[in-house]
Structures are given as structure tokens and as C-alpha cells.
Design a protein around this ligand. Sequence first.
Ligand SMILES: Cc1cc2nc3c(=O)[nH]c(=O)nc-3n(C[C@H](O)[C@H](O)[C@H](O)COP(=O)(O)OP(=O)(O)OC[C@H]3O[C@@H](n4cnc5c(N)ncnc54)[C@H](O)[C@@H]3O)c2cc1C
Length: 311
Amino acid sequence: MKTLLDAVAVRNKVLQAFEQAEAEEDPSRHRDLLTFILVGAGPTGVEMAAALAVLVRSTLKSEFRRIDPTTARILLVDMAPRVLPTFSEDLSTAAKERLQNLGVEIRLGHAVDHIDADGIIVAGERIASKTVTWTAGVAPSPAGKWLNVETDRAGRVRVQPDLSVPGHREIFVVGDTASLDQDGKPLPGVAQVALQQGRYAGKLIHRRIVGGATPKPFKYFDKGNMAVVGKGFAVLQTGKIHLSGFFAWLAWAAVHLQFLATSSLRVSVFVQWVWTYITGQRGSRLILNLHGSDKGPRSAEAPIGAAAVTK
Ligand SMILES: Cc1cc2nc3c(=O)[nH]c(=O)nc-3n(C[C@H](O)[C@H](O)[C@H](O)COP(=O)(O)OP(=O)(O)OC[C@H]3O[C@@H](n4cnc5c(N)ncnc54)[C@H](O)[C@@H]3O)c2cc1C
């Protein structure tokens, strides 16, 4: 999931599972249709599991006649021993407890061996589900193959400390496609790293053109990490500060507003969030056909703006 259209497609798939269950005469098939599995308990899996839990327990609660959406099973599976493994242990525990309170089932310590149209196999057990979402990482671009240079296990290009490709001081690779260790650990595939690396590479190229001094090797400055776990709850880690709960969620909201492109957008999103928070009303029930077909954004039955306000 990378774009707004991808996000809408995922939400459509979830909503359609409820519609199918409602139309399904055989109640024994309801279980598979109303079981949602997320593979990967990093920030994406945790945030999505919590959002799904809120969707089924409150937004969709009284939307159907034959099925009870609140009986939907949401399963978060990861081979790591804890959720949010890149956060500190206390924040992992807080997020796990919060997810459990929201009704999310968590299975840790076992890798998923197989995924097919009928569900998954984990630790030798088949779990039936019609909606399995992969939240365990994305594949990088094939730039490493094009360049025919060394990559890490995930296929990211191993770069020099100045972000250039070994043997090619004129080629730079930054962001999700680059692999660079700092303090003995690979830098994470997050926006902060991509932004800082982009700025660094730009500066270095500029200095080369104007004949200035070569900048020091790239050093990532970690401003902190956040993950939102349902309505009014987030975890936040920055330096020695570890925060979970409502105040972390406020900080999360403030940071996200701050990074919106224009002040008018900030104001409109803020007003919309406050309204949604107070009234609990959301447009999350709309199934939008933004693709027209499975391939690419051709025609839109609803304008893209409608999708943007229904997050
Ligand atoms: C679901 C999800 C949630 C995330 N949440 C967070 C988060 O909360 N916080 C955070 O910090 N990070 C998050 N990330 C990670 C973050 O999105 C990435 O680390 C960041 O976008 C990397 O920036 P980038 O410029 O390297 O790559 P991208 O942002 O992926 O940009 C690459 C661009 O190149 C274009 N492109 C690709 N191939 C070609 C080609 N052949 N020719 C021309 N153009 C091409 C793509 O269309 C895209 O526009 C999330 C990622 C995902 C998938």
C-alpha cells in the first residue's frame, strides 16, 4: 500500500467482505469472511489492526441485519516475539495491551508459512480467512539490478557513507532503495531517513558543482517514532522519552498536521478530526470504485476528494 488509491482498495476489500457475509445464506461461511488477518506487527500492521477493530466495533456496529460486525475476528501475526519490535519494550507492551482491549488477537513468535485464497498456515495451523493483508514490508525498487551492484538481503543497494554507489561516485541511491548501516544497525526504511538522505545528496552534488568542501559522511538524526493504536491512543519514542496513551496521540496528531502541505489543509483536517472525534461519525462505510477496473486509476465513480475525506 503506497498511494491513496491503494488504501481505498484495501478498505473496499474489507467492506466487501462484510457485504458478502451479509448476503451469504450459509452462516458457516460467515466466519471465514469475517476473519481479517494482518501479517506483520510493525507500525503498519499495528495501526491497521487497531483501525479495523475500531471500524468493526463502532463504525459498522449497526449497519447490517443478518451479521454482527462486532463478532469479526482480527488477527495480527508476527514471527517476532513482540509487536512494534523497533520500539522499546514498555511501548510494545502498551501497544499490545491496547490492541487486546480493542479485541485484536495477537499471535507472536511464529512465521507465516503459507498464504492462499483460503487463509494462512502458521505454526502448522490453518486459519481460514478471505482477507489477508501483508504488512510485513515492501520490496524496494529494482535499482540494484539495473546497476548490477551489491544489494542487501531485501534487494536494497549497499551505499557508501556519502550515499554513492561503490565504484560510481556519480551515482547516488537514497531512501527505501538504499542500505546503509549506522552504529552497527541498518537504517530503517522510513520517511525521515529518505528526507535526510535526499537533502544530503543534494548538498553534496551542489558542493561538487560549485567546488566547495566535501560534506562529512551522512549521519542520520533520529527524531523519534510514533504509531497510533486506534482512537485517542498512540505510542511515542524520542530519545529517552517514552510515552503511550492520549497525550502521545495528541503529539501524533500535531506532528501530522504540521507536515501537511498548506495552512488551509491543516485547518480543514484539524476541523474534520475534531468533528470525527466528538461525533464518532466517519465516511468509512463507502465502497469507492476509483479504479474502474482492477488496473490503474482510469475512471472514478466518486471524486478523489471524496476518498480523501473518508479516511
Ligand atoms: C503502508 C506504509 C506506511 C508507512 N508509514 C510510515 C510512517 O508512518 N512514517 C514513516 O516515516 N515512514 C512510513 N512509511 C515508509 C515511508 O513511506 C518510506 O520510507 C518513504 O516513503 C521512502 O521514501 P522514498 O523517496 O525512498 O520512496 P517513495 O516514497 O516510495 O518514493 C519513490 C517514488 O519513486 C517513484 N518511482 C518508483 N519507481 C520508479 C520508476 N521506475 N521511474 C520513475 N519513478 C519511479 C514512485 O512512484 C514514488 O513516487 C510507510 C510505508 C508504507 C508502505
